[in-house]
Write a protein that binds this ligand. Structure first.
Ligand code: FAD
Length: 276
């Protein structure tokens, strides 16, 4: 049986040392034969160059690369030019996002939501790109309601998305329920769970509060109980994340997308334990 596809996400390195470290991380992760490596993009275009450079680096090593592209604060002209540049470099895969609105940002630019970016990419570039969008099984932090968030996701898919990657979650049932609900509304594209390794509790708690991923009470208490014992947090986290990955795959998830935070260690162990 062919194993389900996996992919790995990086952020653009900020220094030459960071770029070198990322190359090493990539070499370690390449053994798992990912479908692609993706590279995030800062809202307001703060890492536009960094994303492009990291993507070209990945491509030059013979791997498929998927730049993330956020549209908030951008004009159509600037998005067209970034995307044309990707096309000219032979990139065929894009993760299309609205992006987080920086505080104090007055000008939203010419795109308000990701569905508008997806429509724009389809109108301008036809089927050249495989377009991924974001999905939120526990709902986006600014969602007006669960129903509105699901409706907005369905609209984004109808605008022309080929597949979706979820925000990370620790409640597998939220993922299954989300997939069932959007399937019932006619969405048939793959919705790939985003998997976050657990390495550092306070960082994870802060990040989860911001992005709306719930750390279940029992898990939070377990992790808190380890205090500064990072080795135990990591060991427990590896068991938990491997079980979660196993469970979503067994329940029909079409693949896994790992948030690597530019480090290979934990993610490699999970992949090995999954028999990759
Ligand atoms: P949208 O799909 O536009 O949704 C945003 C909010 O608007 C939701 O609450 C939705 O319900 C609502 N909404 C949508 N359409 C409408 C409408 N027509 N009317 C009213 N409300 C509407 N951020 C980055 O800056 N860079 C990255 O590289 C990056 N990568 C990511 C990768 C993944 C896999 C995920 C899950 C998230 C990523 N993010 C990234 C974070 C993302 O940019 C934020 O979560 C952002 O706030 C929403 O982006 P979106 O594309 O999901 O937006």
């Amino acid at each position: 049986m062919t194993p389900s596809p996996i992919s790995f996400e990086f952020f653009p390195p900020r220094t030459p040392e960071g770029a070198e470290k990322l190359r090493t991380t990539r070499r370690q992760l390449a053994q798992f034969k990912p479908e692609f490596f993706s590279v995030t993009f800062g809202a307001g275009g703060t890492t536009q160059e960094g994303t492009l450079n990291a993507v070209l680096d990945i491509q030059s090593e013979g791997h498929a690369a998927a730049p993330h592209l956020s549209c908030v604060g951008s004009s159509k002209e600037s998005i067209r030019s970034i995307v044309q540049n990707y096309k000219d470099h032979g990139i065929r895969h894009i993760v299309a996002l609205r992006g987080d609105i920086p505080s104090g940002m007055g000008d939203f630019g010419e795109f308000r939501y990701a569905n508008e970016l997806v429509s724009f990419l389809r109108d301008e570039f036809g089927d050249w790109f495989h377009i991924e969008v974001a999905a939120y099984p526990e709902f986006h932090p600014q969602a007006q309601s669960a129903e509105a968030d699901i409706r907005n996701f369905v609209n984004k898919v109808r605008a022309g998305a080929d597949s979706a990657i979820t925000q990370y979650f620790f409640n597998a049932d939220a993922y299954f329920r989300f997939v069932d609900e959007v399937n019932a509304r006619g969405v048939t594209i793959p919705i790939v769970p985003g998997i976050m390794p657990i390495q550092n509790f306070s960082q994870l708690a802060r990040f989860s509060d911001m992005c709306g991923a719930e750390i279940p009470r029992w898990l939070r208490l377990r992790l808190q109980a380890f205090g500064d014992d990072t080795a135990s947090i990591r060991a427990f986290g590896l068991d938990f994340v491997t079980e979660l990955s196993d469970r979503v795959l067994a329940g029909g998830a079409p693949g896994l997308h790992f948030y690597t935070l530019n480090a290979a260690g934990a993610v490699s162990t999970v992949c090995q334990r999954l028999g990759r």
